[in-house]
Write a protein that binds this ligand. Structure first.
Ligand code: SAM
Length: 473
């Protein structure tokens, strides 16, 4: 029985409700009257239900798809402007006791190089990341209670926050580790993490159990209910995602939105972010053995519809996607991207040589440096942002959502983006990137609506040029 407020996975992600949603979507996918009514509701920019959004996903009328894209672009501009927040993943350990059939970390993989960073090695990685200009990390680890217990993760977080190299600092650590207990989530919260990210992989219980045949991750309910435990443990910001390619994308899309609706209904705040990873080639993994891969156009449509369905939720694209695909989906609603990522353990301080035995999680499609990514974004008129202010000012969970819903972002996130970009340009950028960035900042300062904020931001930016750091609104 479907119950959005239930705390039982099989009730808030009810298979019956998803199947009924897909049937409803199929029945209405050519019904222009219904589609127009859904699009009219979407134009109010308050989101859509999983049923409504699923109808749009099923619809293949070209003019209607164009309307969806135009609306996604408008919502993105209204809520997020032209800022793109930058981050990098940091792989701590690839020891794992699970048997996930799509992931090279699976226990039976004997030829992947198993590695776990010592605290000295974590420090080296952090210095390498700071020297690129990164301020925000997502830490990643396999699930292994002996090799990667929560204490190890907490030690790593402490090390990461403690490193201050030249003008560098990691100001926000997001965490992507396996589902855990309320007690452990509380420890992560107390360690000052930003978002807790956990990909559902698939919402289809039967497929989930087949794709995770062994190990603690096999337990569908424990995994699916993780975000409720995280929020019970005090974590305000959680990040959802599915791994596209494993199951039918329309099923996953409905499940993802139902999960978001559940968090909003139970905790009063929806997911902070949604990630849209697609399955990639990796050691011991051939993505062609999975039948449900989606093409780039379907991927773009999914991104646009997530933007429309949950306007207040940030959307993340990793370097699993190529420069070309990133260019296609950035305007449709993406708010965060990773840059210069390495998915190998220790790969920033000591990049792996290609012929060597790898410790990497998957092949990245965007291999550019952070300077190249920043330069590319600015040439397309985006503002690369290294901002971490909201979480450091306590604007998490519903407090962040209030800022977003009141559209105060232009007086807050916009100047913060410009100030952190200025820091990047001063400390890390190549001469060409710096020149483009300085002009962009000058132009964008004019777009701050509140004159007082504009004046202060201009002063702060001047101070950054003189060597001061870390201003924020
Ligand atoms: N071990 C953690 C867990 O159990 O959720 C998460 C860390 S794992 C490093 C991060 C994510 O990488 C997984 O949740 C999965 O979605 C994704 N992943 C695994 N294998 C992949 C592949 N071959 N291609 C793309 N992404 C993959």
């Amino acid at each position: 029985m479907y119950d959005v407020k239930s705390l039982k996975a099989e009730e808030f992600i009810s298979d019956e409700e998803i199947m009924a949603t897909l049937a409803y979507a199929d029945a209405n996918k050519d019904n222009v009257e219904v589609i127009d009514a859904i699009l009219a509701k979407a134009r109010e920019q308050k989101g859509l239900t999983h049923r409504e959004a699923s109808v749009l996903l099923a619809c293949d009328i070209p003019e209607k798809i164009q309307e969806m894209y135009d609306l996604a672009k408008k919502i993105k501009e209204d809520y997020y402007g032209n800022r793109i927040v930058m981050f990098a993943p940091l792989y701590l350990s690839n020891y794992c006791v699970n048997g996930c059939v799509y992931c090279p970390y699976h226990l039976k993989n004997k030829h992947i190089a198993r590695k776990k960073l010592t605290q000295e090695e974590v420090a080296k990685e952090v210095i390498a990341l700071q020297d690129m200009g990164h301020k925000r990390l997502a830490i990643e680890a396999g699930e292994d209670p002996i090799n990667n217990p929560i204490e190890y993760i907490l030690d790593c977080i402490k090390t990461i926050y403690s490193i201050k190299h030249k003008n560098g600092a990691i100001r926000r650590v997001n965490v992507n580790i396996a589902a855990t207990t309320v007690e452990n989530y509380r420890k992560l919260h107390d360690a000052g993490i930003g978002t807790y990210i956990l990909f559902q992989e698939t919402y289809n219980k039967k497929s989930y159990e087949e794709l995770h045949p062994t190990g603690p991750k096999h337990d569908y309910a424990y995994h699916t209910e993780a975000m409720d435990r995280a929020m019970e443990g005090g974590i305000d910001d959680v990040g959802l995602g599915v791994l596209f390619g494993l199951e039918l994308y329309r099923y996953e899309f409905a499940g993802l939105l139902m999960h978001a609706e559940h968090l909003e209904a139970v905790h009063g705040v929806g997911p902070h972010t949604i990630s849209v990873p697609r399955l990639k080639r990796a050691d011991d993994i051939d993505p062609d053995t999975f039948d449900n891969g989606i093409d780039d156009d379907t991927f773009a449509k999914i991104c646009a519809l997530i933007r429309i369905a949950v306007p207040y939720t940030g959307m993340i694209i990793s370097t699993r996607e190529s420069k070309a695909v990133r260019e296609k989906v950035l305007p449709l609603g993406v708010s965060q991207i990773s840059g210069a990522s390495k998915t190998s353990v220790g790969g920033y301080a000591e990049p792996e040589v290609e012929e060597e035995v790898t410790s990497a999680q998957f092949d990245v499609s965007d291999n550019r440096t952070l300077d190249e990514v920043v330069n590319w974004l600015m040439k397309m008129d985006y503002i690369p942002s290294f901002c971490t202010a909201c979480y450091r000012e306590g604007r998490t969970g519903d407090r962040f959502m209030t800022l977003c819903k009141n559209m105060q972002i232009l007086n807050c996130c916009h100047p913060n983006a410009l100030m952190t970009l200025k820091e990047y340009l001063e400390d890390y950028a190549s001469p060409e990137t710096k020149e483009i960035g300085m002009k962009l900042i000058e132009k964008e300062l004019e777009n701050i609506p509140n004159p007082k904020v504009k004046k202060t931001a201009t002063e702060y930016i001047h101070n950054i040029a003189e060597g001061k750091r870390d201003f924020r609104f």
